[in-house]
Design a binder for this molecule. Structure first.
Ligand code: FAD
Length: 803
């Protein structure tokens, strides 16, 4: 066995083989895959082999589309068969909410180029006659759905990789992975050691064990899963063509033809995490004992939906484990803080997603970044706040919800509260309805006395609509207060701090006492952050950005570390509040006891003050777009600061507000937000973030690419539209129509309560963006008139914000 390789991939399941193939496809041939047994010896060999594109995250759906189209390429390259059956599939809707969700998915597919369609019960009965369509309102038909041979496909990936120079060693157990001082790795195996520049953990069921070899925890857990194959059924084999797939979310089942019978699998409520204390190394090419009791209820439901099953004999039961991350998406990419260590884990749908995972990871390794934004499966979307118990609970919740409707305003209850700040109790006492992001609780809104402290999950306007409206008006008409704990905050200090930031960020670091907004760009000029830089001192800058991107940003900072610069994540040390609205200055003046006039603290300035005996940093910015201040303090001072602000605000009409109001307020200023308007799929020139860049300063990362985009202006740009909505507003990814042509899509939207308008932000062709231009936006299957309104609805001259 060779003892050096540029890359060692650990694990020869469908994912490891796909990674290996894609590395060779991108031109790396000194790549090696180590498999402790035969290829496919983990989850892969017993998979049902189904594939589909449906995924509520558009980029994941696109990646699934890529995977499915790849199989023909593999067959052509290798001459092997993947056993493809492109039979199409239908997802059933047994209630209005499910139909709404499928319509929303169909709407997204319009601009993704996926040819899905909504069909009625008669058409479903015609296409998939084993289905009892009583009570079915419709369904989403996807011609790309199908199934394949899991083992044949995995071997096809492996053969294609070998043909391009890759080495595969089976019966080779990795027992240790040890980093060297220079960032390379010694991979220790029972057949000798391999020295590698990169290690990829694709160990499937054994990811936890392999990660532990590097002192690492990855948040995933295996779950047991079962499907049944029936005896031959004349209703199936006497048809002239193969029966399509049928997903029945109400019955938590998926069904397809298998040979001359059917195969049906279940995501049962009565589910069971597997191997809680670790996957035994002795587990091999084996199945778990049948457990039909566990899926008894699901089977009973399936008999009603697919009556033919009741008469069918059981040919075999497949019961095996496979792994999930807490949100069900894979964990992919460079592991933060571990040079040369890559994750290709928690791929729960290896045959829908494995190709895309391999492609994205190979691009990242070879070219430094994936072609498309894959934040939805980036390993950095989880941080150090995860742990085995929390992960197991969330994975179980996710399994149970596999076929549940995901509402845009939904907050999942399990494993919460996990992280809170001292202010949590203050909000709780004021009837806060909490949400959670990146493990941290935040207030969504405050429920009035007599109303339930629960927001109804819905695609339409929720029961919180009026309450959120009142919170918005309190800000615009007097002053509102909310917490600023859910920003990521970093302190950059040292003699080279400013020089370093000028290289990392696209805008110029401001003068001492000033604030600058800035884009952070990838090497290819894509947006990987929208930051606020506050120059606290000559060698000291505080950065703030999205909370959910903490590990994503820290990984980038660490990758670009430089001597003479100290960077600290101070997110949990520096807490505080923002106050915003016409009375905000009066509140600050009352507590600060110093001149807080426009001249003393102008817009985009930062000051170190004291509120009583509490030292605070006051930044004259507000994401509400109003006259406002962010006031940062030490964690221990948070309650005292709140007391001071709330007593000063009492006579000035101060009211607390939550994130729902915040997002409504930012809409009427057309402010973009992270992962909606600003994400690695988009460039500054398309989104308007280029106004927060300085091409005149020194070189910065992504400058050349950004210059090229500046010189060749993009075809599309973000703009704001006012929507003639009814009881449902834009959420994101709705298509924008000009007549019958899809010309753009929404990035976000909602109801701007103070302006009293339904608002959408979205991409349109530059030559069609004109004040008053009329389009249609499809919301829940209905076309809504939408008129371009390029100027902010609130304070278009920014007189209040800057005043
Ligand atoms: C019953 C069932 C039905 C399923 N149906 C479908 C379906 O219809 N469609 C679909 O897309 N997905 C399905 N899946 C999920 C699918 O099986 C997984 O998504 C996929 O197999 C994951 O592949 P993997 O390569 O990540 O992991 P694995 O297949 O687990 O591969 C990991 C490999 O790593 C090797 N390995 C581990 N540790 C070491 C070590 N220390 N040294 C060397 N090698 C090591 C293992 O031996 C193993 O071969 C199903 C799963 C189950 C259980």
């Amino acid at each position: 066995m060779k003892n050096t390789a540029q890359v060692v991939v650990i694990g020869g399941g469908v994912v490891g083989c796909s990674v290996l193939y894609h590395l060779t496809k991108m031109g790396w041939s000194d790549v090696m895959l180590l498999e402790r047994s035969e290829l496919t010896s983990g989850s892969t060999w017993h998979a049902a082999g189904g594939f589909h594109t449906l995924n509520s995250d558009t980029n994941m759906a696109a990646l699934q589309g890529y995977t499915i189209r790849l199989y023909r390429e593999l067959e052509e390259i290798t001459g092997m068969s993947c056993g493809l059956h492109h039979v199409g599939g239908v997802t059933l809707a047994a209630d209005q909410d499910r139909l709404d969700m499928l319509k929303a998915e169909r709407a997204k597919h319009r601009y993704m180029g996926l040819e899905t369609e909504i069909i009625g019960p008669e058409e479903i009965a015609r296409l998939a006659p084993v289905t009892n369509v009583d009570g079915i309102l419709g369904g989403l038909y996807d011609p790309l759905d199908g199934h394949l041979d899991p083992s044949g496909t995995t071997h096809a990936y492996a053969k294609a990789a070998r043909m391009a120079g890759a080495t595969i060693v089976t019966h080779c157990m990795v027992t240790a992975t040890t980093p060297r001082g220079d960032g390379t790795w010694d991979v220790v195996t029972d057949k000798g050691n391999v020295h590698a520049e990169h290690v990829v953990n694709a160990a499937g069921l054994w990811v936890r064990e392999v990660a532990a070899m590097a002192g690492l925890y990855l948040p995933l857990h295996p779950m047991e899963h079962q499907y049944i194959v029936t005896d031959d059924l004349p209703e199936v084999y006497e048809r002239g063509s193969e029966h399509p797939h049928v997903m029945d979310p109400a019955g938590e089942s998926y069904l397809r033809q298998e040979g001359r019978g059917l195969c049906i699998g279940f995501y049962e409520q009565n589910c069971r995490p597997w191997a809680v204390n670790g996957t035994p190394w002795s587990f091999g090419h084996e199945l778990l004992p049948d457990d039909l009791d566990k899926i008894e209820d699901s089977i009973a439901f399936a008999y009603k939906r697919f009556p033919v099953l009741e008469r069918a004999g059981v040919k075999s039961v497949i019961h095996g484990p496979f792994t999930f991350a807490p949100d069900g998406n894979p964990l992919v990419g460079p592991v933060p803080g571990m040079r040369g260590y890559w994750s290709a884990c928690a791929v729960m749908a290896g045959f829908s997603q494995g190709g895309g995972v391999g492609k994205a990871l190979a691009e990242w390794m070879v070219e430094g970044e994936p072609e498309n934004d894959i934040f939805a499966m980036d390993v950095a979307r989880f941080g150090g706040w995860t742990g085995p118990d929390w992960t197991r609970l969330k994975v179980t919740e996710n399994y149970q919800r596999r076929f549940s409707i995901s509402y845009p305003n939904e907050e999942l209850p399990v494993g919460r509260p996990l992280e809170t700040t001292p202010a949590y109790g203050l909000w709780d006492a004021q009837r806060a309805v909490f949400g959670s992001g990146y493990g941290m609780e935040h207030v969504n809104y405050f429920a009035p006395e007599g109303e339930a402290r629960l927001e109804d999950p819905t695609f339409r306007r929720s029961n919180a609509f009026d309450t959120v409206g009142a919170e918005c008006r309190a800000v615009r008409e007097a002053v509102g207060i909310n917490e600023i704990h859910n920003f990521g905050k970093y302190l950059v200090t040292g003699p080279n701090a400013v020089e370093w930031l000028n290289r990392i960020m696209a805008n110029r670091v401001p003068e001492v006492g000033r604030i600058a907004l800035t884009a952070m760009l990838s090497r290819k000029g894509k947006i990987i952050g929208d930051f606020t830089m506050m120059r606290l001192g000559f060698e000291t800058v505080q950065l703030t950005a999205s909370y959910s991107a903490l590990d994503f940003h820290m990984r980038w900072f660490q990758e670009h570390q430089k001597s003479g610069v100290s960077l600290r994540n101070i997110t949990k040390e520096r807490l505080g509040f923002q106050i915003a609205g016409p009375n905000a200055r009066a509140v600050l003046g009352a507590v600060a006891g110093v001149d807080v006039s426009r001249e003393a603290i102008p817009f985009l300035s930062v000051r170190q003050l004291a509120v009583g005996h509490i030292p605070v940093t006051v930044a004259r910015v507000s994401y509400t777009g109003d006259l406002g201040y962010e006031i940062y303090c030490a964690r221990d001072h948070q309650i005292a600061l709140y007391q001071a602000l709330s007593s000063a605000g009492q006579d000035l009409g101060m009211k607390p507000f939550g994130m729902r109001a915040m997002m409504s307020l930012r809409l009427e200023k057309s402010f973009g937000s992270w992962m909606r308007e600003y994400r690695p799929d988009y460039t500054p020139a398309e989104t308007g973030l280029d106004r927060f860049m300085s091409f005149k300063k020194n070189d910065f990362i992504g400058r050349d690419a950004a210059m090229r985009l500046r010189d060749t202006p993009p075809d599309r740009h973000l703009t704001t539209l006012l929507v003639e909505a009814d009881d449902a507003d834009v959420v994101g990814y709705e298509p924008i129509f000009d007549g019958e042509a899809v010309v753009g899509f929404c990035t976000s939207g909602g109801y701007a309560h103070h302006a009293g308008k339904s608002v959408a932000i979205g991409f349109l062709p530059v030559n069609q963006i004109a004040d008053g231009a009329v389009f249609d936006i499809e919301i829940l299957g209905q076309r809504r008139r939408a008129v371009v309104h390029p100027t902010p609805l609130f304070d278009p001259e920014a007189l209040r914000m800057r005043g």
